[in-house]
Unconditional design. Sequence first.
Length: 660
Amino acid sequence: MSTRALRRAQKELEERQQLEQLQHEEAESDEETTPAPKTHASLFALLGDNGDADEEEHVDSEADNPDTTEVARPPPTASKKSKRKKKKKGKAKIAKPDNAPTSTPPPSGLDDIDRALLALDLTRNKSATESAHLTSAISEELQHVYSVLSIDPQHLQAANEMRKLFGRSAVQNDNNDDEPRARARGHGHQVAGVAAAIAQRGVGPRNLSTIQRRNIFIPGKEEWPQAPSGGLGMELVGRRENGTAEYRFVHSSAYQSIQKQFMTCVASMDPERMIQLLHYNPYHISTLLQVSEIAKQQRDNASAGDFLERALFSFGRAVHSTFKDSLSQGKARLDFRRPENREFWLAAWRYVAQLGVRATWRTAFEWAKLLLSLAPEEDPYCMRLGIDQLALRGREPQALIELVESDHLQRTWKIPPNLAFSVAIAYDRVKNPEKARSSLRLAIKEYPWIAARLCKDLEINPTPKAIWGKEPNGDHQELLCELYVPRAKDLWNTTEATSLLVEVASSFDQLEAGEDPYWLANIDEVDLARHVILSDDRALLSLVDPRIKNQYTSTSDPLPPQNNKPSYILSASTASRSSPLSEAQIRDELVILREYFNNIDVTRQFIANQDMTEHQLLQLLREAGTTYEEFRRNTERVQELRERMQESGLEVVAESDSDE
């Protein structure tokens, strides 16, 4: 890619030289028709200009040469800028003759001067030019990555794909049947307990203008409750030098309190408490994800999918105003180390699985690409191990080709075996048989045991001799086979794909057994284990390193990273007083609470106005973006923490009356 950029720069340089030479020849021909002066003209006078910017330099040259008389100015054939440039270079040449090349005679005309100065200028700026070309090549490579990872929000809506496949009436009928199905789920035995319990509690009043508002992720449904997001938001962390923009989801103080209640419900292991929490906080992300898993375990896939959609709808309401544009350009990034961001990853991953059950593959591919674009270098969920099948099922072979051919991603990922094999099918579908054969040949040479397993599962007889008997060597290779072959064998189970596989495999005389994939050295085993755990396949779990598998303790946050970056302390305020807290934990929580009171500054205003009415207090809290319940809850929490400090013998110091 850098070679193309250098060739383009060289071509531009040659064109510029030809243009300057043509201008000089025209200037000389015009000068020949001009009457010659009676006296000898100075070389500097020939470089004179009509512009005011060069008058002082022209006077200086005449002062240095008193015998020089004025000569006829050349016609304005060249631009003032080019003449001014030639004049300055000419003076530098006379002042420093040692800088002229010694291998050529002194210049005798303007053409020779221009050539010599141009060569001198290129020599001086050679390193700068090469650096500029290298930067341009890197920028071009990154722009290609952004183009590959760009997201079309229209393809994030499953209803658009359903409408395209089955027509508008099918989508409308499906929406009309949602409410009867919801009522039907309320009847029956305990298997549908979650959906029935939530349905019996009611969903609250509706506001269609609010629910049907445009959402980048999921359109709202009429049967969903009318309620705010509860304090979920997004902010722009900053823009990076490579052009990307980092965002983060944020939790308000009210949302943090609900999050602490959620942790208490999880510790109680009581589904009824979780359902009750969801009733009062219908758009709390963690609760929605947990209840969705409960419904999934009870085989209520419709309710499980509905809760996931509601969570993504809540995320969509909270996004930053610039997030959609950055996402469309492939430049939006989220830091996986932040727990608030990981909830979005988890919700989107599970939604991709739901879309696969519905066979809306085009939408599933767009969501998988979205997760990939949020952290393409890290890829914490290893989306690259399954995105190829979504692209092929979603009839997007060209998108898969561009993903694999990205120079930046090739260096970062080292292209795993599933992409190496699937891209051959993609080339075949876009009618490029030469590239299909060459790419498949490289894949089989690197991973012969995957080709052998494909032939075995497709019942190809006889198996090509070169790959016959090739088996995975160790758990790593076995894991890769199980992650790809069972999922993708139906993509190879066509006449064209099977013929291609047999033809290329038969072209080898002999193949080695195959070592561990070279890209495994560049992949985090925790990321790979996280992918296996989220795939929900117990057979694959046995192939995961036990040391990593034993760290899996929570379905709400599977295998959090070691460099976890929480934004606040997640200690439930509703916990019993007997729960131990260290001095550092107490002080850290007091700092968070103090920041809350400093932001709203209600206490100071209340002290200044002792006659403040309840209405005035509520108005102040509303202007500060908080509620009376949150204000009361945080006030009680401060008192509780101070009592704990006093019980522990720690000193409580107030900096001012307002702090006290």
